[in-house]
Design a protein around this ligand. Structure first.
Ligand code: UDP
Length: 393
């Protein structure tokens, strides 16, 4: 192995950003990627039906970080995409996050104003200002009936834990709206990269100073690596330390089994993502990829059912006190290492969104090297932030 200045383990968001930053600073960078492709879990490709699909689940980019937005705009053109999700509840399709429409549809009401909705929520929710866990968080926001219908079983399917066994932060990802806003996210910038994420990552990694070695497991080649200045590890932290603190207490991860089907019709469902929060099916959601970017083409469509499991590639750390305590033992070891840095969702054992992963990697580079990543003052576009939200509605 030629002697790089910087070694990066993993070609996902954190690895790609650090590779690009160091390459631009004149360093020779080697990225080692265990899989046979770049882009980590953002990896997408054109499938046999001619549809751009994501191998590891839909990735919806949204951010309020100006620096992240400016950074990603250097490597792709982005088109506005406001994600919306419907949930199948009581045989109806209703918006999630809960908004006025959700309540009207499920309870046969005709609430119209924010005040109406606030009154409905006040009559139903429980007052638990200091939520100790995910159950408290949802009860505090919407009360028991919506908790049962939309959150309890979905969470059990997703995590194999009930909300009371998880940190409040997991369920607090989903807001409650007192208006008709049915967007999944509220961030200023919501967009997808034209041509897909794999192309975006290829552009980030396209630099003469960067060598990417695919299908190369760091743990198989670590003895051949020497003389580097810094190593950035983006894989699961427990694996780095050969699971030494996990003999009795295993750090938990959730994985997803993606079951793809071709359906011989133009559209299978009327939205990109439909959640199934009930017990009647085992999957959590069905994603129909042709909706993203309104992909036109043949009269067949690809749908993917998501079943979460505890076997397989680790995708989600499982945020609760027990896992945090185990993680802290690994983190203490990680901090004692010189010139080795742990970055990203798996190495920090934290449920980051995509933009947080970009932000953290950019920030780490700045901290270590004192150089700002973003010289390009993009700000706006993604069609000028969807024409400034259609002139603020
Ligand atoms: N959740 C739920 N019902 C839903 C959607 C989400 O109970 O219809 C809960 C569930 O516990 C989930 C969490 O909210 O893990 C966060 O949802 P998000 O959509 O952010 O999860 P991700 O897209 O990252 O899987």
């Amino acid at each position: 192995m030629n002697n790089p200045d910087i070694v990066i383990i993993g070609a996902g968001i954190s690895g790609a950003v650090l590779a690009e930053r160091y390459a631009n600073a004149g360093k020779r960078v080697t990225v080692l990627e265990r899989r046979d492709h770049i882009a980590g879990n953002c990896y997408d490709y054109i499938d046999a039906n001619g549809i751009l699909v994501s191998k590891y689940g839909a990735h919806l980019f949204h951010t309020n970080y100006e620096d992240v937005w400016a950074y990603v705009n250097q490597f792709a053109d982005w088109y506005p995409w406001e994600h919306r999700v419907l949930a199948k509840v009581d045989d109806k399709l209703v918006p999630i996050p809960v908004n006025i429409t959700t309540v009207n549809e499920l309870y046969g009401l005709s609430l119209k104003t924010e005040k109406d909705m606030q009154r409905w929520l006040d009559a139903n929710r429980h007052d638990i200002p200091e939520a100790k866990n995910g159950r408290d968080a949802v009860l505090h926001k919407v009360g028991n009936d919506l908790y049962e219908k939309m959150f309890r079983h979905y969470t059990k399917k997703q995590w194999d834990k009930y909300p009371e066994e998880l940190d409040a932060s997991v369920l607090n990802r989903i807001p409650v709206r007192t208006n008709f806003d049915d967007r999944y996210f509220s961030d200023r910038y919501q967009a997808l990269p034209k041509g897909g994420y794999t192309r975006l990552f290829a552009a980030i990694l396209d630099h003469p100073n960067i060598t990417v070695r695919l299908s190369t497991d760091y743990f198989d080649v670590r003895d051949q690596l020497r003389g580097y200045e810094k190593l950035f590890y983006t894989g699961p932290i427990d694996r780095f330390f050969e699971f030494k603190h996990s003999l009795t207490d295993k750090l938990e991860y959730r994985s997803i089994n993606f079951v793809s089907e071709t359906v011989a019709q133009e559209y299978f469902q009327n939205n990109s993502v439909i959640n199934y929060p009930g017990k009647e099916v085992d999957y959590t959601r069905i994603v129909e990829y042709r909706h993203f970017g309104k992909q036109e083409g043949p009269q067949v469509t690809t749908i993917v059912k998501e079943y979460t499991t505890d076997e397989g590639d680790p995708y989600y750390p499982v945020p609760n006190a027990r896992n945090q305590a185990i993680y802290e033992r690994y983190r203490a070891e990680a901090e004692a290492l010189e010139d080795v840095y742990f970055v990203g969702r798996l190495a920090n054992y934290k449920y980051f969104n995509m933009d947080q992963a970009f932000h953290n990697a950019l920030e780490l580079f700045e901290q270590l090297e004192g150089q700002s990543a973003v010289q390009v003052p993009v700000t706006a576009t993604a069609e000028q932030v969807a024409a400034e939200q259609v002139a603020a509605e």
